[in-house]
Design a protein around this ligand. Structure first.
Ligand code: ATP
Ligand code: MG
Ligand code: MG
Ligand code: MG
Length: 468
């Protein structure tokens, strides 16, 4: 089943049950506490908090999400992408557990054709109500109780909180141990999280907060991973291999001279390239530009990691223009913004790629000299001084130095590097402080400048003339 069809069936299912279909919001969160939208409920927060009146008591959406916390899992696990789409249905003080659990079950079994025997559910430790509802749908041995880490949700202080119930698909013994999601989250793939906003919470760190009472109106927030569903319904191994990202994976292979599926280490890198390229395209389409902070830094990191991985696979030529073309045709049917401004979006990525390749080019020469020196003296380590120079003078990120050194069988004196970084920060601080003390008021010169205009230095031409 194509991703587009999975998406259509989700929205239909909930539209038929009285939900207003709401388009995805931009990845740039309106919420000032959040860099990027990381869940389907984010655009609806003001309705859950009671700050705004919702346009309808029930809504459904497929929201673009970016999760930088999952970046280290990208390429490694079958289920984590840095950009993904969360299908959600929401009740703003309207329906609750008795409706949402059977609706989710119906969609999975009747709508998508999952066998009930493959499904597991988890509920929070003391949530007897949710467990009772599940018992009408699944045998008791496939319902597990889990603690706060996995099955509790809260937002703001004071704010709503409540238990969750998650739905898992058993991929079978080839994927890991028996024993349900509590035992193995690779074998049991989490596909859907149902959040029951039920109580008001008080002050407290982590999960150590008191429950102040019931919310006047109970609400529902759910999130079903579109790409995870596609992985299962398309019978592929992981979410990078589904219809909307496989073409990027294959093109990354062509561009680096690798065949996807031939070698595990290469496959991980190809998945990282495909994932990060897509995330970058989606971020740029929503107006993010590369920079050294905030969202711009997330984008910069995505592009640089993609370029680095291309390089580590042996690619030497720029690839972004080519890869962006594939992302745009794979994702364009759902996100026309990618296609409407295709040239401008690609130009941002290409600019960043060329600048980074230049950094890599100069830095790599210096790096090779340092490696040669270390090897000729029999040292197993690059000096902190060298890593620092690469960073300070050539803009070489330390993680890149570490990775490249490891490939040469060398370590890096990281503590030494950190000490030099600290010293540089101290010096810069002292320098700023001394400049403040010695600050001279230059404003007296302004009238002179206004009268005579700027002075231009003619020494070069004058001297040349005298000399000839
Ligand atoms: P996991 O435990 O697998 O990391 P999660 O519990 O962090 O997932 P939720 O925060 O409950 O995920 O998000 C709701 C749903 O969104 C998940 O059930 C899953 O289907 C999907 N999802 C979450 N993170 C990702 C991701 N990085 N890539 C793709 N889908 C995701
Ligand atoms: Mg997670
Ligand atoms: Mg989870
Ligand atoms: Mg979850």
């Amino acid at each position: 089943m194509e991703t587009a069809e999975i998406r259509r069936r989700f929205l239909n299912h909930f539209e038929q049950r009285g939900h207003l279909v709401v388009p995805s919001a931009s990845l740039i969160a309106e919420d000032p506490t959040l860099l990027l939208v990381n869940a389907g409920m984010v655009p609806f927060k003001p309705y859950f908090l009671g700050d705004l009146t919702p346009p309808a008591p029930r809504a459904t959406s497929v929201q673009k999400c970016v999760r930088t916390v999952d970046i280290d899992n990208v390429g490694q696990t079958a289920r984590h992408a840095s950009f993904f789409q969360m299908c959600g249905n929401f009740s703003f003080g309207d329906y609750f557990k008795a409706e949402v659990i059977p609706w989710a079950f119906e969609l999975l079994t009747e709508g998508y054709g999952f066998k009930p025997d493959d499904l597991w559910a988890t509920v929070y430790l003391d949530d007897d109500e949710a467990e009772e509802i599940w018992k009408g749908l699944l045998p008791a041995e496939r319902i597990q109780r889990r603690g706060k880490e996995d099955n509790y949700w809260s937002m703001g202080v004071p704010g709503p909180c409540g238990p969750c119930s998650e739905i898992y698909f058993d991929r079978g013994p080839a994927y890991g141990r028996d024993g349900g999601p509590e035992a193995d989250e690779n074998r049991y793939l989490e596909v859907w999280n149902l959040v029951f906003m039920q109580f008001e919470r008080g002050e407290g760190a982590g999960y150590e907060f008191p429950i102040l009472g019931d919310l006047p109106a109970k609400s529902i927030d759910t999130g079903m991973g579109l790409e995870r569903m596609a992985t299962l319904l398309q019978g592929v191994e992981n979410l990078y291999e589904i219809d909307i990202s496989r073409p990027v994976l294959d093109r990354a292979g062509e561009l680096t001279g690798k065949t996807y599926g031939a070698q595990h280490g290469d496959d991980v890198r190809l998945r990282v390239i495909a994932d990060h390229t897509r995330t970058a395209a989606m971020l740029i389409a929503d107006g993010v530009v590369p920079s050294n902070e905030g969202r711009g830094y997330v984008l910069r990191r995505m592009l640089r990691r993609a370029v680095r991985n291309v390089r580590l696979l042996g690619g030497r030529e720029p690839v972004m223009e080519n890869l962006f073309g594939v992302v745009q045709s794979a994702m364009g049917p759902i996100y026309p913004e990618l296609v409407d401004r295709a040239a401008a979006i690609t130009a941002v990525a290409v600019g960043e790629e060329l600048a980074f390749l230049e950094t890599l080019r100069t830095g790599t020469t210096i790096f090779d000299v340092a490696v040669g020196k270390a090897k000729s003296t029999g040292a197993a380590q690059l000096a902190g001084e060298e890593a620092f120079q690469l960073h300070d003078t050539y803009g070489f990120p330390i993680d890149l130095t570490l990775e490249m050194a490891a490939e040469q069988g060398l370590t890096v004196d990281e503590p030494g590097f950190r000490r030099l970084m600290d010293r540089q920060r101290e010096l810069a601080k002292a320098d700023r402080a001394s400049r403040r003390i010695g600050n001279v008021d230059l404003s007296v010169f302004r009238p002179i400048l206004a009268r005579s205009g700027p002075t231009s230095f003619t020494g070069y031409t004058e001297l040349t003339r005298t000399a000839t």
